[in-house]
Write a protein that binds this ligand. Structure first.
Ligand code: OOB
Length: 585
């Protein structure tokens, strides 16, 4: 990794010449920390600070400032429970929860797996952790035993935060399994609903919440709090390998992506952001998302689920001005808008991203919803591109935008990393002030995913237009993008190979009119094995404790896989074949 002996300083770090990335205040050497979370070389850190991109703020500090400036303004609306928290209240809640977590042994640098639906406590928890300098690990509500156990084990998590139930699923049962498998997990906190055998989050704070009397844990508990260049949290990578990788983001870099997004999406203190996608995902979190809205002093409205029947009444009632959707939902919303009785006229901007939005679908947004479409092509690793609100309609519907920052470096290269001329299609590499220099604790993987000089290999195939806009043409990574939900083929192949009757398996994406892509598993059974039905294979994968979206949509049994000239399995040929056969039970 190139991220040399990190020496970024902002005057708050402990030993001069060392970053504290990942582990505020820990006693390990800079080299050890660097191996855990590679960071920007000093010359880049200095450049990004000098340019004003890194403002030297932390999430805890930002919330404190907003609460001081306008304590009574509404920060978070949770319609499912009819709660409206002001900035003052959110700030006080975060303080008290931080104090309680510290009293239970959570310290700076600890990892805490947060798996919450779109409820107000999501913000109370993550801001409490930000204040302590502990790192939320952002799991999705769809994750199950396999994923959560892995996150808890791999990050050596100190705690796991859930809601008792959501979407008909009991997360306490999941937590019991996870705790049995990961004894090092010290706490399971239940943020909403009956805690069962675990502790209710409401019992963690050391004092009752009194919004009128904010406390400062930094003073009371002698917490230094994180420095702006410290890690703030770990995001999940969509990934293309057997296990998901974790993405270390700092306060400085992520906060830049927030205010940079706010400027391009027109977010100010009068904005109302509807969080319709799962709050923990990078898109609704930061593009400009809930955290962008809170940075601006705006209002966040939590949508329990993204169907038009739920979202449209909230848009009307709360005067929502912008929201973000993945393409299948954007399609659904444009269709539903034609017959809705709800007044959607407050909606100024609809952001669509996470997967390619087809030009035909993009053209329908403005006429159907009466708002400006903003395409967003982003990644949890960093780089985010937006079409601009004042781009010509043709650019808005036919490109995936251009980067947030003038310091985002974009390279489009061939298979040998040679730069290609503008207009040519190739691999997208990027480096910049909010794109990570390496995954968390993954040195071998980092050597493959980043160039020697620190460019991230996005795995996306793109072309640049003469105006500097990017058009996503495809993907080189072995991943299926199922309507914005990313599935690493290798991860599912490994699960299929665990079936006693399966000799070999390959998972590819095939076209789907609604999702864009769906997953197809090609399976070769062992010689002499009893015939299997596709449904049995799907059930087998599901019962291994995986998120439902990862269960193959279609399973096809074959005698052999197509091979390339040199004898390797040709996923390209499998993809071509996929979609030509109907599904069978
Ligand atoms: C967002 O983040 P991730 O980390 O779940 O997925 C990133 C990948 C990209 O590398 C690309 O393959 C795909 O998702 N993607 C798109 C896209 N937006 C993301 N592919 C085509 N067109 C688009 N507009 O998905 C994400 C993060 C922040 C903002 C928006 C999306």
């Amino acid at each position: 990794m190139t991220a040399a002996s990190g020496t970024a300083q902002d005057g708050r770090s402990g030993a001069a010449g060392e970053t504290r990335s990942g582990t505020a205040g820990d006693a390990r050497s800079g080299t050890e920390r660097e191996a855990q979370a590679p960071t920007w070389p000093q010359e880049f850190a200095e450049r990004y600070r000098a340019a004003g991109w890194w403002r030297g703020e932390t999430f805890g500090g930002v919330l404190r400032e907003r609460a001081a400036a306008h304590p009574d303004r509404i920060a978070v609306v949770d319609p499912a429970t009819d709660r409206r928290w002001t900035y003052g209240e959110l700030d006080a809640r975060a303080d008290r929860l931080a104090a309680g977590m510290v009293a239970r042994g959570i310290t700076a640098g600890d990892r805490v797996v947060v798996q919450l639906p779109n409820i107000a406590e999501f913000f109370e928890v993550v801001f409490a952790l930000f204040r302590i300098g502990a790192l939320p690990v952002f799991a999705l509500p769809a994750h199950r035993e396999t994923e959560i156990t892995y996150f808890c084990r791999f990050t050596e998590a100190a705690a796991y935060v859930i809601a008792a139930e959501h979407g008909g699923y009991d997360y306490r049962t999941l937590a019991a399994k996870v705790r049995a498998e990961v004894p090092a997990l010290r706490h399971v906190w239940v943020a909403q609903g009956e805690p069962g055998e675990f502790e209710a989050l409401a019992d963690v704070p050391t004092e009752a919440v009194d919004p009128a009397a904010p406390v400062d844990p930094a003073e009371r508990l002698d917490l230094a709090g994180p420095a702006p260049h410290d890690l703030a949290f770990l995001q999940l990578s969509g990934g293309s390998t057997g296990v998901p990788k974790l993405i270390p983001r700092t306060h400085d870099d992520y906060i830049y992506s927030l205010w940079g997004s706010n400027e391009l999406c027109g977010v100010d203190e009068n904005s109302v952001y509807l969080c319709a996608l799962p709050a923990a995902h990078n898109f609704p979190l930061s593009s400009p998302g809930t955290l962008g809205a809170l940075y601006a002093g705006a209002r966040v409205v939590l949508c329990p689920q993204p169907a038009p029947e739920t979202a449209f009444p909230l848009i009307e009632a709360e005067g929502v001005t912008l929201t973000g959707l993945v393409p299948p939902l954007a399609l659904l919303w444009t269709e539903a808008a034609a017959t809705t009785t709800h007044d959607l006229s407050s909606l100024d901007v609809l952001l669509v991203g996470g997967a390619k939005f087809s030009e035909e679908a993009a053209r329908r947004v403005r006429p159907a919803l009466g708002c400006t479409l903003q395409q967003v092509f982003g990644m949890a690793e960093g780089l985010v591109n937006y079409t601009r609100l004042d781009d010509p309609e043709e650019t808005i519907v036919s490109t995936q935008g251009r980067p947030i920052s003038p310091d985002d470096e974009i390279r489009v290269v061939d298979d040998e990393d040679n730069d290609l001329p503008v207009g040519a299609t190739g691999h997208l590499l990027t480096r910049g002030p909010y794109t990570i220099r390496g995954y968390w604790n993954a040195p071998e993987h980092n050597a493959r995913s980043f160039t020697a000089d620190g460019f991230y290999r996005t795995g996306d195939i793109v072309r640049l237009t003469p105006t500097g806009h990017l058009v996503v043409e495809g993907r080189a990574k072995d991943q299926i993008n199922r309507g914005g939900e990313k599935i690493a083929a290798e991860e599912i192949e490994n699960h299929l190979l665990a079936h006693p009757a399966v000799h070999d398996a390959n998972v590819v994406g095939e076209p789907d009119p609604y999702l864009g892509e769906r997953t197809c598993a090609y399976v070769i059974l062992k010689a002499g094995a009893e015939p299997l039905r596709p449904v049995a294979v799907k059930r087998f994968v599901r019962e291994r404790g995986l998120a439902a979206y990862k269960v193959p949509d279609r399973v096809e049994f074959v005698a052999a896989f197509p091979r390339t000239g040199v004898g390797k399995i040709s996923k390209k040929d499998l993809r071509t074949h996929a979609g030509t056969r109907p599904d069978t039970p």
